[in-house]
Design a protein around this ligand. Sequence first.
Ligand code: BGC
Length: 497
Amino acid sequence: MASDPSVTFTNLSSPAVCNWNPEDASFPEEFAWGAATAAYQIEGGWDADGKGPSIWDTFTHQGGDRVFKNQTGDVACGSYTLWEEDLKCIKQLGLTHYRFSLSWSRLLPDGTTGFINQKGVDYYNKVIDSLLANGVTPMVTLHHFDLPQNLEDQGGWRSETIVKAFDSYAQFCFRTFGSKVKLWITINEPYVAAELGYEKGLMAPGVTEPGTGAYLAAHNMIKAHAAAWHSYDKIFRKTQGGLVSIALNSDWAEPFNPNSLADQEAAKRHMAFCLDWFATPIFLDGDYPAIMKSKISAVSKRQGCPSSRLPEFTEKEKMMIKGTADFFSLNYYTTRKIRHQEHMHNQPSVSADKEAEQVTDPSWPVATGSSWLAVVPWGLRLLLKYIKDTYNHPIIYITENGFSQSDPAPLDDTQRWEYFRLTLQEILKAIYIDRVMLKGYFIWSLLDNFEWTCGYSSRFGLFHVDFESSALPRIPYKSAIEYARVISNNGLMKSCG
Ligand code: BGC
């Protein structure tokens, strides 16, 4: 793991815990204050200037009520043509960092370097250059769910050929933008892309391959990530000096009954089948968590499969995967209570293999725009501590965290800001009490945008976007004004009310 020389965690002083109030604390110097977006969710211009189709273009154009009101990202926030408007929002917030993703098929329309779309290159150069000119550090995600359709037609993430294709694309991006971009994320949330895209079929490409599709897709995502990291390490790191990681999403898991050993073990399995599935091979030993291997093997056997449905890495692959992240990139949204549950469904699946059922505590508030998003700020603190203890005290960026509102969303989102405020308090505790090396925090999202299968009905933005108006105006929610205040104070300080 490469170290980041700018980190100064050694000079943080510990607070006197008994009378310490996070409301009065400052964040560490040079803390990264960010917001995040993804290409398909904001850009629009789905076929503009030579862009090739992605699996999300296909998925949404097929209709079939898989997306709220059959909405699409064809126009979305129009960021492809309205980038200057996004930049104004970024400046208004005073962000130090902005995380966005590149549309693979805007740069390489068929996913291969056989043809490069210069207009796509120009667009991202414009974005990166104007961020830098305004003192904002770009964090760039290479792939955020929108695989080029042509590659899906060749098997997509279920085919091993994708590993080479991703590596070539990554090398192209490092070569093209790497003199200016120093923080890279290879793949966003492989868990979500694999499970929802290739097992449940709820997200693009809509494949339903129960019990095998997600494992296979994830297997190739891990190898593709590792290949890209090695390319950066060998070819680009010396001259470009940047850092490369992969964005992993995770819930925090609490045992449903804290006194039940079975529920305690089930909560551990929930972590193993979510975060550790990817983090154990990448940060520790090149292989899947032992509990995941043994559970899937046992359930596969019971089901009469000739071998485990979880693919195996060769020894050479394990060596290649181990240690391929320069920091820990965490996307956190929620916490679950986990109950032991055997033989859950007849059909094989990731959740059935896990033999654990997730329950939401009815006392936890739920974000109005997402029924799955129980608001549990303290879960983030426990998760950060878990990462510190399990993955050798890495440098961590929270690359996504947010709370949605349902449409129509009030501009005065006082309640939502309260969720952010409580979350920032937990982050301060993680930094000063638990000594987690947390280097930055990115709110999902800069703008209301195309929230995948929820379309435009679920609003995560710091800025409201009026999707009914062709100008797609951006207006700050109260949370944006409060976030700008926190950024400028580098601390929560007292609320302006
Ligand atoms: C994804 C985003 C998404 C957000 C809220 C994350 O899983 O990376 O694309 O919009 O969660 O659902």
